[in-house]
Design a protein around this ligand. Structure first.
Ligand code: SF4
Length: 465
């Protein structure tokens, strides 16, 4: 449910049955937006709204107004806020996952005004695990901007588009669902349904095709119930007209579906041939070395349970990927690297940022290569090497902490409890889970000979008695 922009470098793959697909060009139709007749438009609206009234999923952000025509401004703004939060969360994330996040979010910040008072740190913590943290930051910035102007929630697409982070899709969803503006909404689900209804084989990622899908959706949108109609179209795509297994027999608009009609006439064509599949952008390969630095003997310097020592966390730069989020000390490697090279890079980083020198200022208790994993971002395939460093500081912690404010890198020192409360990104969580598992397996291996010795002593003692 991403705002649709033309992705760079994408091109359309050939349709599986190119010769059979009918596009607007094949039919000599000059404008894709002209292809629903008035009668067809009317019937599709009626069928979809009726289906939606009986089949919509019960989702927490779909609070019903008791009397939509007389809804108070306050109710509309609350609804707009709910639509905004849920739609941003739903971009790239499954509904089932979002429900829990959404409920926790509105419990903490029930209105836009509550959210505007939050800190970025709190918002990031709440968002942890959803990915695309920039969107959470935009939500916060948008809430601050709207409340600071004091003009109420923007209630049209054009005014909503002025809020940072609100694109065409989110603006259309808020304006139509909360404020009943007669505007369309186009996301991946809507494109799929429309492409099948009209058997459109043009590349759905192409900017001109996307524009035409918006025109087509605008033609269909119901003037009396625009929000419900938009949701019905999206709901149909999410639950019936699914990407690989559509339930055409259950579809309320099957009699208007050209893809189904073509498929019924020619078994070599499937409705799932629409929309045309596009070749995915090749992912960039990146490599990084992460070191989980655990410092022992810190009693009295950090809060919480210090039996496991504390951990160093570094704040990422305020721009770029995962901007402003906390992570374990990390070095970008540029290419795959062996352990010796990685250790050299990590030692250099620790010296530069923390003035930690494994040879001189610390006494190393444990240094272990924990393993590696691959973390996938949209355009990046990141290979992460993980190392654990457990150490005492020769000069004590106070010296390290006194250096904190001097460097260009922001970092902090936290205990285990604080670490789990921080709301870490899924990549950082993965690293920490690896370390915990490693420690657990190590402690059970270390204690195995002792257990065997104890068992032997007990057996010996029993046989003597
Ligand atoms: S008939 Fe099938 S392919 Fe056509 S819109 Fe309905 S579910 Fe989708």
């Amino acid at each position: 449910m991403e705002d649709l922009k033309e992705p760079k470098g994408k091109r359309a793959a050939q349709p599986r049955k190119k010769r059979k697909l009918i596009s607007k060009d094949d039919e000599g139709i000059s404008d894709i937006e002209d292809i629903f007749s008035d009668q067809e438009t009317h019937k599709i609206r009626e069928s979809l709204l009726e289906w939606y009234d009986h089949n919509q999923r019960d989702l927490p952000w779909r609070t019903k107004e008791t009397n939509p025509l007389q809804a108070e401004d306050e109710d509309k703004e609350k609804r707009a806020y709910g639509v905004w939060v849920s739609e941003v969360m739903l971009q790239q994330t499954r509904v089932q996952t979002v429900i829990d996040y959404y409920n926790r979010w509105v419990l903490k910040w029930p209105t836009l005004q509550h959210l505007a008072l939050a800190s970025l740190e709190e918002v990031n913590e709440m968002w942890a695990g959803l990915g695309y943290y920039r969107r959470a930051r935009f939500l916060l910035e948008g809430a601050k901007l709207i409340t600071s102007k004091g003009d109420g929630f923007p209630n049209t697409v054009s005014s909503l588009r002025k809020v940072p982070g609100i694109g065409d899709y989110t603006a259309g969803a808020i304006a139509s669902i909360a404020f009943k503006e007669v505007v369309p909404v186009v996301d991946g689900n809507v494109i799929r349904v429309l492409a099948r209804l009209k058997a459109i084989s043009a590349n759905p990622k192409d900017s001109i095709t996307v524009k035409n899908f918006w025109k087509l959706a605008a033609q269909l949108v119901d003037p009396c119930r625009p929000g419900d109609f938009n949701q019905s179209l999206m709901e149909l795509g999410a639950t019936v007209c699914t990407p690989s297994n559509p339930s055409c027999t259950q579809c309320p608009v099957l009699s208007h579906c050209r893809a189904l009609s073509i498929s019924n006439q020619d078994k070599s064509v499937l409705v799932t041939d629409y929309p045309t599949k596009v070749v995915k952008v090749k992912q960039r390969h990146e490599f990084s070395a992460v070191c989980v630095v655990e410092i022992l003997g810190t009693e009295g310097l950090i809060e919480g349970d210090q039996s496991d020592g504390g951990f160093l966390l570094v704040k990422r730069p305020e721009n770029g990927l995962l901007a402003g989020l906390w992570e374990f000390p990390t070095v970008n490697l540029g290419k795959a690297a062996d352990l010796t090279t990685r250790r050299k890079e990590i030692d250099h980083f620790l010296k530069q940022v923390f003035r930690l020198d494994p040879q001189r200022t610390c006494s190393m208790v444990q240094r272990e290569d924990i393993g590696e994993f691959v973390h996938i971002f949209t355009h990046i395939r990141l290979k992460v090497y993980v190392e654990l460093l457990v150490m005492h500081l020769k000069g004590g912690m106070s010296e390290l902490l006194s250096k904190n404010k001097k460097g260009a890198t922001t970092w902090k020192y936290v205990d285990k409890q604080a670490l789990s409360n921080l709301g870490l990104t899924s990549g950082v969580k993965k690293v920490y889970t690896m370390v915990e598992k490693f420690k657990l397996s190590k402690s059970s291996t270390d204690s195995a000979p002792a257990k065997r010795r104890k068992k032997f002593e007990e057996t010996k003692s029993a046989s003597i008695n």
